[in-house]
Design a protein around this ligand. Structure first.
Ligand code: SAH
Length: 486
């Protein structure tokens, strides 16, 4: 039966859930409305903006009865920015939402019984302070209506910049750094890049901070090459570097050249114009499940402008601690770390394993991984560049390399079928699955469980407070080994 809602209709709904994109979901006679900025528990008047067959989008007009979970958002522009979809919801309720999101996906997509999921799920690991947690910010630079340079965020899915130099998820130093850059641009008539014309110089400012070292990095992404022989990439470059260098902790200032008409932020070419090429950060883990206090078993990573590095270092310690605990190593195991990035998890595993093998598709990341292993004097780890679904079968089938434990940490789309198939053939005792998307996680767990594995533990780790994203760590163990023993 067709629903008779049309654009601009005003309806009243009670919000019962939050979608994967962060909209509140309220239903009338089973027909759902997706309402941006509405949160679980709100009774709200909404205006229909787009009607689809099985659902509609609507805009929040008025909260009639505010949800008991509503809190005053700390950021004045959180609605326009859209980066923090659930900032108006109490943090404890955010965690509860994330936990049920994981559970629902395991039930709906993974086909696990709800009671079973309850029996294996451990309480989500939340953040102590869910703001100022990001160690990396990438601010687009543009001009406002008066022609002044601005830094900020793209509004929703658009390409217009909302000025804001102080995102509450980022480091406090970002503001001062950005204001120096904007002031420098103004005083020296340095232009901002314009996407539509492809003209103008400054595109983005990348800022990174090593939370444990206090070291700061600034990398300006520019549309131009400057005078490379003179190492002058920007007009009056010394003025800018002098001011930035005066900020306490400043360690590395660079430019990245990106002259392509693309929405990829960083250019491949990077030149350091002041200080060092990279900054350092140390991650500590411990291998017990419930005590996340940092230990002295730290590993130090050097991070250059193009390196991948987890953005929430405090929660990363907990995430890695959990992955290590789930791996249950004794020192005798051969361990594979698939989708290893710069080898962060691999290096922690190496401390408790016989031999670790890391696989990663980005060659630069593997270079960093090898460098990190060397700098921390870790020798029992080997890194391979390539797709997990190609490297693993090749090493297993041609070289007969075995696995006692396999750790995977794939991007959102999850593991490739060929990768899962080889994992099953290798019959490791345990598999630890670290996931940033519980939907593809659930899909892959189904395959692994059909192939002789059992889910033992599931735990969410909140790496991204105020947003709808959540990390999940799962421990699986092989059940068919019982058969082999008889
Ligand atoms: N475990 C790392 C990185 C996780 S992010 C950490 O915690 O820092 C996922 C990584 O998988 C990225 O580095 C990405 O480059 C890599 N990747 C994506 N597709 C891949 C594939 N098919 N095979 C191997 N690595 C892949």
């Amino acid at each position: 039966m067709d629903m008779e809602y049309k654009k601009n209709d005003i309806v009243t709904v009670e919000i019962q859930d939050i979608s994967n994109e962060g909209e509140g979901i309220g239903k009338i006679e089973g027909y759902p409305f997706f309402v941006k900025d509405a949160i679980i528990g709100d009774v709200a008047q909404v205006r229909v903006t787009k009607v689809k067959k099985n659902y509609s989008f609507a805009r929040l007009e008025k909260v009639i009865e505010p949800s008991p979970f509503r809190v005053e958002p700390v950021c004045p522009i959180h609605r326009q920015c859209g980066g923090c979809q659930i900032q108006a919801m109490d943090y404890e309720r955010q965690l509860q939402f994330k936990e049920s999101k994981i559970k629902n996906n395991l039930v709906r997509i993974g086909g696990f019984a709800p009671e079973f999921v309850d029996s294996v799920m451990e309480p989500i690991v939340g953040m102590e302070y869910p703001f100022r947690y990001r160690n990396k910010a990438q601010y687009p630079i543009g001009i406002d209506k008066e022609g002044n340079p601005v830094a900020g965020f793209y509004a929703g899915r658009t390409h217009s910049i909302i000025a804001n130099t102080d995102c509450y998820l980022g480091a406090e130093e970002n503001k001062e750094i950005l204001e120096i850059i904007l002031q420098y641009m103004k005083e020296n008539h340095v232009s901002a890049y314009d996407e539509t014309t492809g003209k103008g110089l400054i595109r983005h400012a990348l800022i990174r901070k090593g939370f444990t070292s206090g070291e700061l990095m600034v990398c300006l992404v520019i549309n131009g090459k400057g005078n490379q022989a003179l190492k002058q990439y920007l007009p009056s470059q010394e003025k800018l570097t002098k001011e930035l260098a005066a900020i306490s902790g400043m360690t590395s200032i660079s430019v990245s050249i990106n002259m392509e008409n693309t929405n990829v932020i960083m250019g491949k070419e990077v030149h350091t114009i002041w200080g060092k090429e990279s900054i350092r950060d140390t991650i500590h883990v411990r291998d017990t499940l419930n005590d996340f206090a940092p230990t002295d078993k730290g590993i130090t990573f050097s991070i250059s402008p193009l390196s991948f590095y987890q953005v929430n270092p405090v929660q990363t310690e907990k995430l890695y601690s959990l992955a290590l605990a789930y791996a249950g190593l004794t020192g005798k195991e051969n361990v594979w770390d698939l989708y290893c990035g710069i080898g962060t998890i691999s290096l922690f595993l190496a401390g408790k394993a016989r031999q670790v093998y890391g696989v990663e598709i980005v060659p630069q990341a593997i270079e960093d991984a090898r460098e990190n292993a060397k700098n921390n004097n870790i020798e029992n780890v080997q890194f391979y560049v390539g797709k997990a679904e190609e490297v693993l079968p090749e090493k297993y089938e041609k070289e007969g390399i075995s696995a006692d434990v396999i750790v995977v940490d794939p991007p959102r789309k999850g593991c490739d079928g060929a990768c899962l198939e080889t994992m099953l053939k290798m019959q490791p005792d345990r598999i630890v699955y670290v996931s940033c998307d519980s939907a593809t996680l659930a899909r892959d767990l189904k395959v692994l469980c059909d192939g002789g594995y059992e889910v033992k533990k599931v735990r969410g780790v909140d790496q991204f407070g105020m947003t709808v994203h959540v990390e999940t760590v799962v421990m699986l163990s092989r059940i068919s080994s019982i058969v082999l023993l008889m």
